[in-house]
Design a protein. Structure first.
Length: 371
């Protein structure tokens, strides 16, 4: 087993001991990969590629015949258990073999239906195992990125930025939002991304006032905001970038809004350092935007962590504050959205270092370009 995986398991086991858990059932796909190396993704929420069961001394990966060979290859330090009828039916025997009395499960991932199935199967087998909901046990480990993870994130970001350079070279009025989104997706795949981090957003004119707009057949036009939000996944790690561009001469609203957003991003980035609250960083950008009369046009959080998942802790927002620490990675993405006109969002990825924030992006912010 790789030393990296051993270290992660050791840190998790310390958490299990603190919480009085014999075993943790790990269902979240990013957590599975983080702890074992098993990279298979779940088909959808009610489908699972497998689960980890971690005790103080053992680590087991339970899966079905479709993934058994892959599990053996990618998680060599784990005992592989192949189930035939599903995890619920196999669970009583597995936990009996492990000597489990208190079984923790990831409450964010286990559905109510699956929980009932687990309880019923355990009851039928006269098992005395007590199911304990847990929250963020593995996610709290993932929040601090090690050197290997930071390097993987940089590579993923560099790939995504290189794709956008090609898009910029071809960008001209008349291209449809859908065509540009497809060009981003195609470019990510062709350059080696294993998948998209999320479906690309391309929104022009009034559509750009929708923070999570779905690309349409609308052709982009000169003088209007064109909002791009995209990212790829490379070696498991995600990237996430937003840029807003005008082809040709923008109107006065764009010039004003763009500058306010850009300054808000710069101010927040400069404020990031170890020990500062995520809520404070968010407030710096939010107060600046509000001071220029756009307070009610910035409705989402300032940023979020990025790693094996495209949205993870820390969250730069007004809610659930936490203090930033060295090794955390977060986006900084203020935005202003004006219904009927459009929107501007600028998003960089930064890492928290001893002396403050280091911007990972190499691609500059370009608000206006000739065509």
């Amino acid at each position: 087993m790789k030393a990296l995986i051993k270290n992660r398991l050791a840190r998790l086991r310390a958490k299990l001991a603190d919480q009085g858990l014999d075993t943790l059932l790990v269902l979240q796909e990013e957590n599975r990969r983080y702890l074992s190396g098993f990279a298979e993704k779940d088909g959808q929420f009610d489908e699972s590629a497998g689960a980890l069961l971690i005790t103080a001394q053992q680590q087991l990966l339970a899966t079905d015949s479709r993934y058994e060979t892959q599990a053996q290859m990618e998680a060599p330090g784990f005992e592989i258990c192949r189930y035939k009828q599903g995890l619920a039916q196999a669970l009583p025997e597995i936990v009996h073999t492990l000597g489990t009395e208190r079984l923790g499960f990831e409450s964010v991932r286990l559905s109510y239906l699956q929980l009932i199935k687990f309880k019923n199967e355990l009851k039928e087998q006269d098992s005395s195992v007590f199911l304990v909901p847990t929250e963020d046990l593995v996610e709290e480990l993932r929040i601090i990125k090690d050197a290997n993870e930071l390097d993987a994130i940089r590579q993923s970001l560099a790939l995504s930025e290189s794709v956008f350079e090609t898009i910029l070279n071809e960008l001209s009025p008349g291209l449809r939002e859908k065509d540009l989104a497809w060009a981003i997706e195609k470019g990510l795949r062709e350059k080696g991304a294993e998948s998209l981090a999320f479906p690309p957003i391309v929104a022009s004119g009034p559509n750009s006032a929708l923070p999570h707009a779905v690309p349409t057949n609308r052709p982009v036009g000169p003088g209007e905001p064109i909002l791009f939000d995209w990212g790829g996944r490379l070696n498991g790690y995600c990237s996430d970038i937003s840029r807003t561009i005008v082809l040709g001469e923008p109107d006065t609203t764009f010039k004003t809004v763009y500058q306010v957003v850009r300054d808000a991003q710069s101010m927040a980035t400069e404020a990031i350092k170890p020990g500062i609250s995520t809520q404070v960083v968010d407030k710096i950008a939010r107060d600046h935007i509000a001071a220029h009369g756009f307070g009610d046009r910035f409705g989402h959080g300032l940023g979020h962590g990025v790693g094996l998942a495209v949205h993870e802790k820390p969250r730069l927002s007004p809610f659930r504050p936490m203090n930033l620490e060295v090794g955390m990675v977060t986006t900084v993405e203020p935005g202003i959205y004006v219904p009927g006109w459009g929107g501007v969002r600028l998003e960089n990825m930064v890492t928290v270092d001893q002396d403050g924030a280091t911007v990972l992006n190499k691609q500059p912010l370009i608000g206006m370009m000739e065509y």
